[in-house]
Design a protein around this ligand. Structure first.
Ligand code: FAS
Ligand code: PHB
Length: 390
């Protein structure tokens, strides 16, 4: 098999990259270890920043987003007895959209299927070869158990945090940074109308809580829990009680309305960055190169920003102009580190650490960000998203 660009991973970065390349007349083949249904069903991100929404609209993927997405002007920051709204539109002229990653994935799969994109699902033994030559290739066992070799001009690792691509960069040439946070998120989906019009990020001495949503009838909420939490130790009632306490049920007449929990899971929190995001004819994009704690709603948006930079770089490279490809890693990492810092900042500001000194710093920071236009603008600028070319 031969193509121009071999893409490993059919998550949002892999499929969006294939879509952007096709728009430039560049052919690609995608290989994916899971089934199409499994990838589409993973419950993950919920917030699209302005740049992501703008890009999806530009490339013909914004119709359902505009019909079913929920534009939000900002968020609420809260601590006991206080809740303050930050209006991103007033502060920066940019907004965000609530539109789940599962919906983005469905739109991507529909568009790529309609375009006849070649995607091999259910592969195994994926391996990368000859990346430092101009004839790289990917080998894999296809879903029928047949050994395949996909020859390409370029290989792109869009294979997330557990794929083989990031370690295909020689250890002597790669540098990684990693931070594991001393807490995790317990996330639930519930068939109940959200009790808030926009997201609530709540600091509480018992631990962080967040009220998000997926639609007018489905809520998405999170609780800070210890790292070794067993999901079976958290009954639905215990989850709703903790959410009510931490989100301020009864405060100024506000009520949290519980409902049937349809999904619950524990998500570890970590920051990870690998550089460079390129080695020879291998390029990395999305979670293959970086992981952020979800407190800043950046994971999916960073993946989109990577491929928005990478697609024109590869198109030019395949036409003989290597300038954008040569600058891709440094350009992408500027945004990666900005978003890594913002995600760390939101996480350490909002999660209880048990340290009384930390607690005072966190409350002082929350009071400043909600009372100073400069502080609020700094948060809004990062949360609602920087221009793609930042
Ligand atoms: P993905 O991980 O989505 O996709 C990589 C794909 O590569 C997968 O489909 C995988 O099966 C495939 N793959 C792996 N190894 C392979 C191999 N050997 N061969 C072939 N294919 C292979 N972000 C937020 O902004 N907000 C959130 O609330 C949030 N929650 C999250 C919850 C979880 C449990 C996880 C894991 C992530 C969450 N994220 C969240 C981040 C998430 O949204 C990612 O940023 C986003 O999925 C990145 O997309 P990709 O880079 O395409 O990686
Ligand atoms: C979500 O709705 O899943 C969500 C929203 C904002 C975040 C993280 C997750 O920061």
């Amino acid at each position: 098999m031969r193509t121009q660009v071999a893409i490993i991973g059919a998550g949002p970065s892999g499929l969006l990259l294939s879509h952007l390349l096709a728009a430039d007349g560049v052919e690609s083949v995608v290989v994916e270890t899971r089934t199409e249904e499994y990838v589409a069903g993973r419950i993950r991100a919920g917030i699209l920043e302005q740049s992501t929404v703008d890009l999806l609209r530009e490339v013909g993927l914004g119709d359902r987003l505009d019909r079913e997405g929920d534009p939000h002007r900002g968020i609420y920051l809260q601590w006991p007895e206080e809740r303050h709204h930050l209006d991103f539109v007033d502060l920066t002229g940019r907004s965000v959209f609530v539109y789940g990653q599962t919906e983005v994935q469905k739109d991507l799969v529909a568009a790529r299927t309609a375009a006849g994109q070649e995607v091999h699902y259910g592969v195994s033994d994926t391996a990368l070869h000859d990346l430092d030559t101009d004839r790289p290739s990917v080998t894999f066992t296809d879903e029928h158990g047949v050994q395949q070799r996909l020859e390409a001009d370029v290989v792109v690792g869009c294979d997330g945090s557990f794929g083989p691509s990031r370690e295909a960069v020689p250890a002597a040439l790669r540098r990684t940074w990693e931070k594991t946070y001393p807490y995790s998120w317990l996330g639930i989906l519930a068939d109940v109308a959200p009790s808030t019009d926009e997201l609530i990020y709540a600091w509480h001495p018992d631990g962080f809580a967040m009220h998000s949503m997926r639609s007018a009838t489905v809520s998405r909420l999170y609780l800070q829990v210890p790292n070794d939490t067993k999901i079976d130790d958290w009954s639905d009632d215990r989850i709703w009680d903790a959410l009510a306490t931490r989100l301020g049920h009864g405060q100024d007449g506000w009520q949290l309305t519980p409902g049937p929990v349809t999904d619950k899971s524990v998500l570890p929190m970590r920051s990870f960055v690998q550089q460079p995001m390129r080695h020879g004819r291998l390029f990395l994009a999305g979670d293959a190169a970086h992981i952020v704690p979800p407190t800043g709603a950046k994971g999916l948006n960073l993946a989109v920003a990577d491929v928005a930079l990478l697609a024109p770089a590869l198109t030019a490279l395949l036409k003989g102009d290597a300038a954008l490809a040569d600058s891709y890693s440094d350009a992408a990492l500027r945004r990666v580190w900005r978003c890594t810092h913002f995600s760390w900042w939101m996480t350490t500001m909002l999660h209880a650490s048990g340290d009384p000194f930390d607690e005072q710093l966190q409350l002082a920071q929350l009071r400043w960000v909600t009372s100073s236009e400069a502080g609020a603008t700094g948060l809004a600028e990062n949360y609602a998203g920087l221009p793609i070319g930042f």
